[in-house]
Design a protein around this ligand. Structure first.
Ligand code: HEM
Length: 287
């Protein structure tokens, strides 16, 4: 029961994140101007945009139910839950509440228009909240069932990947995706562009942090070759292929969705496989 609940919580949270990307890319964020209903009804109007927006709200509701169920089972039903799993399931629950409040605030402030910096930051913050929920759920699963010491992604490579994702979200939700034009590896015709506006700088920074991430995963694989570091390197390369194709095709929608889907899958997978040395493992025997 607990395992099913966590798996469904992870799955629905992941679907919510991709669905949110679809809502954003199709500009459907304000198709239902009120919250939680759509024009005062549970049933959305016939327009696709409103259906997409209400669908997003429904799936996030389902994700919320499974996050709560997971928290309840970990804390009150599963006798052998380690403290770490209790903490991560609580974090997932807290951020689920906070994401629902942020979602409501986004509609009220009409942030999907991305008119002001406050809109952009609130939209990005909403994605970071979802990442925290997804990460916390994956860690809960891991603390309950994955043996320690099996992790294989070194923390420094993980940190570079995380920074790439954090800046990627900013690129997207500040509307800076096209700041370098539809070019790669050049940016506005140059290897190092003129930083005449902050959006070019942000996009350029994201690209360069991605290159360092690629190098760090190559290093992780070469220095400690195993199935996890090899898979991680392959996943990073797939992300590169999607990102570069997305840019070169002028943000062809299916590629934008694939970029989002792979980006958050990568985040969950890396979190699950992150090398966490347990306290006991670090203690040297006294004899
Ligand atoms: C390690 C490799 C990379 C990772 C992990 C990564 C991660 C991400 C993430 C998580 C997003 C936000 C997606 C969303 O919120 O829907 C994003 C957006 C973006 N990334 Fe990357 N990225 C990588 C490499 C690259 C590269 C090499 C480029 C340049 C060719 C690039 C260009 C972009 C652009 C333009 C966006 C914004 C998309 C939009 O506005 O719709 N990324 N990235």
């Amino acid at each position: 029961m607990l395992r099913l609940s966590i798996v469904l919580a992870i799955l629905f949270t992941y679907i919510v994140m991709i669905w949110g990307g679809v809502v954003r890319s199709t500009d459907s964020g304000l198709a239902c101007p009120d919250w939680p209903l759509c024009y005062g009804n549970f049933q959305p109007p016939k327009e696709t945009a409103a259906k997409l927006e209400m669908g997003h709200r429904t799936v996030s509701g389902l994700a919320g139910i499974f996050v709560f169920l997971t928290f309840f089972l970990v804390w009150f039903k599963h006798k052998t839950s380690p403290r770490s799993a209790k903490i991560t399931s609580l974090i997932a629950l807290i951020f689920t509440f906070s994401a629902a409040l942020t979602g409501m605030k986004m509609i009220k402030m009409e942030t999907p228009h991305l008119k002001y910096l406050s809109h952009m930051l609130l939209e990005s913050f909403h994605i970071y909240e979802s990442m925290i929920i997804l990460g916390a759920l994956v860690l809960t699963y891991r603390f309950l069932w994955k043996g320690e010491g099996e992790g294989g992604v070194p923390w420094w490579a993980y940190l570079f990947a995380l920074t790439t994702m954090i800046t990627g979200v900013l690129v997207r939700y500040t509307g800076s995706g096209e700041a370098c034009g539809h070019e790669w590896p050049l940016c506005n015709g140059k290897l190092i562009p003129d930083f005449n506006n902050w959006q070019v700088a942000l996009q350029f920074a994201h690209r360069n942090i991605a290159y360092v991430t690629w190098l760090s995963f190559l290093l992780a694989m070469v220095s400690n070759f195993n199935r996890t570091t090899l898979t991680a390197f392959i996943f990073i390369n797939i992300q590169f292929v999607f990102a570069i194709s997305m840019v070169l095709t002028g943000f062809f929608l299916p590629l934008v969705f694939l970029d989002t889907a792979m980006g958050f899958f990568l985040f969950a997978w890396l979190t699950y496989n992150l090398q966490i040395k347990s306290h006991e493992a670090r203690l040297k025997p006294a004899w």
